[in-house]
Ligand binder design. Structure first.
Ligand code: MG
Ligand code: ZN
Length: 221
């Protein structure tokens, strides 16, 4: 057991070093990077597409799409929206790590990017444990997943900078207790910046986009 703990620690340490290298490359090029995490089906790709649509046209974007299988469904949607996208096929692995993101970053022209959106693999557990070198961690929790998610997956809620509550358009059809959900979040991450949106209709995006635009311009100042 002790040996296993040592090995895990070494993996995490080397990931941390690679994450710092990624961060340096991003900072040298004044790229603000966000890591978008969520469970499968929470609407990550739709959220990214709606975000791209709402940002000013002069903001230069790049997208890294993490997928466990070599299907390019999500990456194709991004490139169809006119954005440079790099797909990472994790080969079945259930999270992105700093090495994979470093390889993807090297395929992008960082000098021509202001904001990099990284779509992590759909999973609420291990993505929380792997630093990638990004500046902000975003979690999307969608209402059909239920209001108990903060109570069941506390680690991912603890490490995020922004929470997106997605699929608010479905609330009338669900037994989703917003107060119970938000209380659970507040215990784990007091004062967490939270935006309730519908990535499908675009409802609630104005405030999220304002937050993001401010962060990108702060990063370039
Ligand atoms: Mg997706
Ligand atoms: Zn994993």
């Amino acid at each position: 057991m002790k040996q296993r703990v040592e090995i895990v620690k070494r993996i995490m340490d080397s990931n941390e070093q690679l994450a710092q290298q990624n961060r340096q490359k991003l900072d040298q090029n004044q790229v603000f990077a966000i890591n978008v995490m969520a469970s499968p089906g929470a609407g990550k790709t739709t959220f990214i597409l709606q975000t791209i649509k709402g940002l000013p046209e002069n903001m230069r974007l790049g997208v890294i799409e993490g997928d466990t299988a070599p299907v390019t469904i999500d990456a194709d949607k991004i490139t169809a929206a006119g954005m440079p996208a790099v797909q990472i096929n994790t080969g079945g692995d259930c999270h992105l790590d700093a090495n994979m993101v470093g390889l993807a970053i090297d395929q992008l022209d960082l000098q021509d990017i202001d904001l990099l959106l990284i779509e992590n693999v759909g999973n609420l557990i291990c993505p929380a444990g792997f630093a990638l070198g990004n500046h902000a961690n975003i979690l999307i929790s969608s209402t059909p997943e239920g209001d108990d998610k903060p109570y069941k997956y506390p680690n991912i809620y603890r490490g995020i900078d922004v929470l997106i509550i997605n699929k608010t358009d479905l609330l009338p059809h669900l037994d989703f207790n917003m107060d119970y959900f938000r209380e659970g979040v507040e215990i784990l991450n007091p004062g967490l910046k939270t935006f309730a949106v519908s990535a499908k209709t675009g409802e609630g995006f104005d405030q999220w986009l304002a937050w993001l635009e401010e962060k990108v311009s702060e990063n370039q100042a």
